[in-house]
Design a protein around this ligand. Sequence first.
Ligand code: GDP
Length: 331
Amino acid sequence: MSAPMEDVMDLAEKLRAGDRRALARAITLVESGRTDHRARADALLEAVADPERQALRIGLSGTPGVGKSTFIEAFGCMLTDQGLRVAVLAVDPSSTRSGGSILGDKTRMERLSREPLAFIRPSPSQTQLGGVARRTRDAIALCEAAGFDVVLIETVGVGQSETIVAEMSDLFVLLLAPAGGDELQGVKRGIMEIADLVLVNKADGDLKAAATRTVADYAGALRLMRKREGDPEGYPMAMPVSALDMHGVDTAWEAMQVLAEFRKETGFWQARRTEQARGWFEDEVRLGLLRRLQHDPKADAAIETLRSDVAKGTRAPSAAAAQVLDILLPK
Ligand code: GDP
């Protein structure tokens, strides 16, 4: 039975029992663009909502080849070995996917994908980043409802996908490769500002010395940045890891837990989640409004005429827009 046809309450029950197949079907449902599916998706999200079930949401970013999948495999398996349930989601900023996904690909995390305590979901092939963001938020909520302890949200270090992922995470981890020189690898300041933890991967073999230097460079750069309100001393933090040798992965996990615990104690954690939930609600209202307006046949004809008037310069854009709004939303 496909998800859309399945009874939502039945799906909700299985999902809350931690059934991974139910979780996969539920995510398929929230990814669907069909209006009737959306109504079911909303019913499902409401049915499973449980503020008591909170996972640690970790955003993870890095350029292709830096070792994201190797790290997630090592990190994820370490967590499942400890009995924790780990979900991996991906936010793919590329407009179209060709030749398979680059993120959240199970073949890149073979061991983790076989772990009964793990769940890996590749990025959906949606073209709009906004759409992907929405689906990912819902998917996170579903993973939490299914009782996952850690939700990793993977993204590539390009464009605005990092900001989107950081906004839906509790912690943000930036994965970097050892740099050749002492320059900061052209990492954008904005990304440094949202990173809680900078992990310099491949700190092994020939690259170990370069990794140590790179960590020192980043530690220096991070110290120059303002300590974030609600964070303990020493954060944001830079440290070396080797995903391949599984070296430093446990230390990185400890650093994440210390930060998470600290933020919980100071109330910063909950405040951030409240703010995120509010922001998502407002986004949904805005997006929903736009969607409804876009499909109003009454307005389409008028918009067409006004668009050409504006292009010709016979109507002022603001006046033309006001006229459209009056048709769509009569006062
Ligand atoms: P992704 O594109 O960011 O997911 O990167 P991958 O995880 O696919 O890794 C890219 C390449 O870097 C692969 O050849 C990995 O074997 C290698 N790699 C990943 N982590 C490490 C590491 O800790 N040390 C070394 N030496 N190589 C690594």
